[in-house]
Ligand binder design. Sequence first.
Ligand code: IFM
Length: 441
Amino acid sequence: MWRPDFLFGVATAAYQIEGAAAEAGRHPSIWDTFSATPGKVHNGDTGAIACDHFHRWEADLQQLADLQLDAYRLSIAWPRVVDERGAPNRQGLDFYKRLLERLQSLGIQAFVTLYHWDLPQCLQDRGGWLNRDTAQRFGDYASLVSRELAGLVTAWCTLNEPWCSAYLGHANGHHAPGLKNVRYGVEAMHHLLLGHGVATRALRSNDSAPVGIVTNVNAVRADSQRPEDLQAARLAHACANSWVLDPLLLGRYPEELRELWPGIEAPVRTGDMERIAVPLDYLGINYYFRANVRSDGAHGYVERMLPGVERTQMGWEVYPEGLRDLLLGFKERYPRLPPIYITENGMASDDRVVDGRVEDPQRISYLRRHLAAVDEAMRQGVEVKGYFLWSLLDNFEWAYGYERRFGIVHVDYATQQRTPKDSALALRDFLRQRKAGPRAG
Ligand code: IFM
């Protein structure tokens, strides 16, 4: 059922696993500041140690090989490779160089994200993503790492989930830097997307690896067939999906944003939209759940939890068909849709080690059902080239700290002991079979 060149991988992000927050010249990011602020992260957790991957990376990469994975999606920590004056930090660059060389020698393809939310605090002090200049600084950073790491990367990704950086970080304050103003969210989004355009050009001038961007998408359900709830669902879809995809693939922001946030406009200057809509070599799609929405009685929408549906530890509805439907919808809406990778999909559960084993049957079933949804979309003509499970390891789940466990490998944070969960073993067996022969997978 899966073409031999279809990639199966897992994903992680620097701040969520590396730890070593103040080692080897790394300086603080907005997430160090935010997580150290009382009340921002569950239990006061921070990424200071996380999975200690900075010191344990060799064993963690061996784990990827043991699980028979084709590819690994990781991110580079900007404040680890560039110092506070913008100069290269050799120790940080060497860390990633060694890591990528090891992946290459293991035969594992590297998908490298430049920005998975850890903006250097020193740039935040100058306005962060509200300052247009940050897009240029992002381009400088992209230029440096692509010069240094050229030839070691299978595919570059500029930004991970700009929606989360913009909205959760600047409009509702749930994420770093913790600002709460929709106008800021709209401005930050524009500068993030501009940064994507600037970085894409820099990456392409130094390396021939494909360049893309990763966006999170949600399926949306209207709570009823009442016109106001249907309208609410239309606005929710525009906010969750089209806000990022329209500028990238159509070169304009969706009209619905004006209905949702009257009087708020992105700070677009001449030439910006052309830069943002630079052709992509691939699009990364992160999918987790469906949201059920109804009218808020004004011009917005609110979420109402649907009763009686399957949920994960995050409280997110499990709805695999949503992934298929979104992919088919994107194919229809965007004539310039590039090939797609599912760059994240997975679930959190309250996993525990019992007698050396972690049973996580819901995750195995989740994985199977979402892969079936991807397969269906492919059969109906969507070009999907790979699937990355979130995540290799249990890790720092942002505002939820370490309580939510997304890994297929369990981490005991007191001892840093890793235990592959049943889902990891099931995936390994599936991939082993697939590699064994054409009739197997
Ligand atoms: O942990 C995050 C990841 O950093 C970005 N995408 C969603 C995941 C689960 O919430």
